[in-house]
Design a protein around this ligand. Structure first.
Ligand code: NAD
Length: 483
């Protein structure tokens, strides 16, 4: 395998502020999806390394939890500034290990940094309350304590942001963390550690354990009574496993799981605005997002115009190595992801869907997939049931708005839905009928550090961002007082 080394790239475990080999010296390879070249060989943490990281986190906990909120806030704010200073280098690293195009990586780093800024502001707003018990008249003091060590497990699709969305609120709350980044993309998280150090995060407060033995490693940590929070972003399948492990130790779970977002174009929508929204909701991160529009429902009267315009725009996007300027659609993360996308497209075609653009296979090296628009996709197609996780828009038409909400809700997921209409009253009424945690109304983008991100049903438990995000890492304590 060809190898283009990147100078000064951290590749070891980061425990207690030190760079360590795995206890059994095991490593694994990280490759560039666009070239299939080896990028780095990374230490693969053992369960014993997990316990070592918990020891470090436990020792760091007391001091970190007792720092003044303002002091923690200023460290987080500094982290935001330092990440922004290194935005370009970090974005390139995201592209190298994940495959997405540079504009997507730059947007991710800006988003990832914002969680530090937002939570710097949240760290000093840990507000409790005092009230009187209605019957006894005693005073009730309610305040929030840092919950304890948090184990964080993150996916490959946003190697920086899915981690910072957890690290920043945990640190703001006063909790130390042990994070296990995805095995496909551990490098960006490791590269963030010298930045956090420079910002003033003490040793042991953030520990990073890349590993190829995720199941055993995470399970061992979740069975340790020192761990009080598990925050996971990834597939619903793995989320269910972690919930089972968390149940045994009664650990507070925060779960950001899969999605199957409907994208609804109502009869009175402005088609051009809906197409712009679709490009964001579908093509941001080349469709490798839990928030990606997965099922397009377009009113019959707009269907032909919308599908033609969307196919024109998606068909014109430049596909290629994400490091090249001008490339808008990078490589999918690995061959399994591409195979799944190809199979979903073939399945839809075999059931009667037509291809307006794309639909072909691009030869390697690299796991490229052309932006694809499928029309007349039947409800039975697999791509309407599963996350596509690639640059494929699957369209179907509707006439009856009353039964549409039922069709949208007909999924185990409930993360995000998009609605396009020129009538806000109609849009809000339709939104209320949907069992989704987030709604984009005339917008293809809902993610914002200041907004409560999260899903209903099997899309998850809890919220990240907003004020809710920090609450996942705080325990409420009530003191009944007589004075
Ligand atoms: P994944 O569930 O396969 O892996 C996520 C993480 O869990 C990785 O770090 C992986 O190494 C680890 N893991 C795998 N098996 C494990 C086990 N048995 N025990 C402990 N850890 C284990 O998900 P992925 O393929 O990396 O990411 C794609 C999925 O993530 C999609 O379903 C997507 O919808 C979801 N996602 C959700 C959100 C959200 O906020 N709701 C955001 C991004 C991605």
């Amino acid at each position: 395998m060809r190898h283009t080394p990147i100078p000064n790239l951290p590749t070891k475990l980061y425990i207690n502020g030190e760079w360590l080999e795995a206890s059994d010296k095991a490593t694994f390879d990280v490759t560039n999806p666009a070239t299939e070249e080896l990028v780095a060989t990374v230490a693969s943490a053992t369960p014993e390394d997990g316990l070592l990281a918990l020891d470090a986190a436990q020792i760091a906990f007391h001091d970190w939890a007792h720092r003044k909120p303002r002091e923690r806030a200023e460290i987080l704010r500094k982290a935001f500034e330092l990440i922004i200073d290194q935005k370009e280098e970090l974005a390139r690293l995201v592209t190298i290990e994940n495959g997405k195009a540079l504009p997507d990586s730059r947007a991710e780093i800006a988003y990832a940094a914002e969680f530090f800024r937002w939570n710097a502001e949240e760290a000093v707003r840990n507000i409790g309350e005092v009230s009187r018990a209605p019957s006894s008249g005693a005073r009730m003091l309610v305040h929030h304590k840092p919950a304890g060590i948090a184990v964080l497990v993150t996916p490959w699709n946003y190697p920086a942001a899915m981690g910072t969305r957890k690290i920043a609120p945990a640190l703001a709350a006063g909790c130390p963390v042990v994070i296990k980044p995805a095995s496909e993309t551990p490098l960006t998280m490791l590269a963030l550690m010298p930045i956090l150090e420079a910002a003033g995060v003490p040793p042991g407060v953030v520990n990073v354990l890349p590993s190829r033995r995720s199941g055993l490693l995470v399970d061992t940590m979740l069975r340790d009574p020192r761990v009080r929070v598990v925050s996971f972003t990834g597939s619903t399948e793995v989320g269910r496993k972690l919930l089972r492990s968390a149940a045994d130790s009664v650990i507070n779970p925060a779960m950001e799981l899969g999605g199957n977002a409907p994208f609804v174009v109502l009869a009175d929508a402005n088609v051009d605005i809906a197409v712009e929204g679709a490009l964001v909701a579908k093509m941001r991160n080349l469709g490798e997002a839990c928030t990606a529009a997965n099922r397009f429902f377009v009113h019959d009267s707009l269907y032909d115009e919308f599908s033609r315009k969307l196919a024109h725009r998606m068909g014109a996007m430049r596909v290629g190595n994400g490091l090249e300027e001008g490339v808008e659609v990078g490589s999918l993360v690995n061959s399994e992801t591409r195979t799944k996308v190809v199979e979903l497209v073939e399945d839809a075609i075999s059931r009667g869907a037509r291809v307006l653009t794309g639909g072909t296979v691009i030869e390697g090296p690299g796991y490229f997939c052309p932006p694809t628009v499928l029309v007349d996709v039947p409800a039975s197609a697999e791509c309407f049931k599963e996350e596509i996780f690639g640059p494929v828009a699957a369209l179907t038409r509707f006439t009856d708005e009353d039964e549409l909400a039922t069709r949208c809700n007909d999924t185990e997921y409930g993360l995000v839905a998009y609605i396009f209409t020129e009538d806000l009253r109609r849009g809000l009424a339709f939104a209320e009928k949907l069992d989704f945690g987030m709604i984009g109304l005339n917008r293809g983008l809902v993610s914002d550090p200041a907004a409560p991100f999260g899903g209903m049903k099997q899309s998850g438990i809890g919220r990240e961002g907003a004020h809710e995000g920090i609450m996942e890492f705080l325990e409420t304590q009530y003191i009944s007082v007589e004075w």
